[in-house]
Design a protein around this ligand. Sequence first.
Ligand code: NAD
Ligand code: MG
Ligand code: MG
Ligand code: MG
Ligand code: MG
Ligand code: MG
Length: 341
Amino acid sequence: MKGEINMAKVFYDQDVNWEAMEGKKVAIIGYGSQGHAHALNLRDSGIDVTIGLYKGSKSAEKARKAGLTVQTVAEAVAGADITMVLIPDEKQADVYKNEIRDNLRPGSALAFAHGFNIHFKQIIPPDDVDVFMVAPKGPGHIVRRQFVEGSGVPDVFAVEQDASGQAFDIALAYARGIGGTRAGVIQTTFQEETETDLFGEQAVLCGGICQLITNGFETLCEAGYQPEIAYFETFHEMKMIVDLMYEGGMAKMRYSISDTAEYGDYTAGPRVISDASKQAMKDVLHDIQDGTFAKDWLLENKAAGRAHFLAMRRQHAEHPIEEVGAKLRKMMSWLNEEKPE
Ligand code: NAD
Ligand code: MG
Ligand code: MG
Ligand code: MG
Ligand code: MG
Ligand code: MG
């Protein structure tokens, strides 16, 4: 790798002007993975939270059970000082146009947990509102779990539009309200967050790792090894290896594995994830940067009724690795297979 790394400033609880949040009413639009975490964490931080959902949403019952007030999106936005949009990215533009835009109070704030719709100009807010982002760098259920445990998931935050002159303070205080500044929060831009978030999930965290595991599993099975053994060697151990890297970097993981494993790590790794893979990563990044990915995904949602997306979801769910995994996880008594709320 070329170039030196300049470390970004990290903001913690003590850097926050909490007064920027005090007395503010927050509308959380959507009560899914991020929505429930933001809503419950803010509420537990003493903030007045209302949930905005469409009539008949399955999430409404869950929110009410948690003691939260549920209104229509329009009502929640009209009463809010901060509207945080936490519905799926591909639905945000329509909901914004139909229910949010005309109810936004001048001087209030419109907020996001991912920059997609602002960066790709699917939502163009009026000039008289603040526009900011607080994006937890972790799944919503972990954002809630770690908050309850007293820690927090790190966030990135960004200010796109500062109508009040206070948007920076409000965004940072919001990050504190959901527990982010307990872990540390870094400032970014909508462009940087959108492009890097999409790249990370596509090339490495979700796309990259699932394909790596699947290729490894298939290679062993096709060579005649038992699928259960293949599963252990290419899938089950992944979490333990990643836990060590998460705690102490790759060096800690390499300290814990045998020298045999470490030697093979250095010699085989670059053969499998090669210069060709890095070139493919650059191509993926290019498609993100020039809007190709965003266009394809938005079109998939509009014209095609998500036919291709749903077919891919089904095909991947039916892969033998999932069957073997389900069987093996049942045999491992300490794992529960409950789906998160
Ligand atoms: P989700 O799919 O889990 O939740 C969707 C929620 O929106 C549900 O409560 C649903 O009822 C509601 N909803 C759907 N259509 C609606 C409509 N028309 N009107 C009102 N409510 C509607 O969503 P998510 O994965 O939490 O993603 C929300 C945002 O957070 C996205 O911008 C995403 O990129 C971002 N984000 C998500 C995660 C994550 O952990 N999933 C992490 C970081 C950022
Ligand atoms: Mg999902
Ligand atoms: Mg992400
Ligand atoms: Mg993402
Ligand atoms: Mg092994
Ligand atoms: Mg070792």
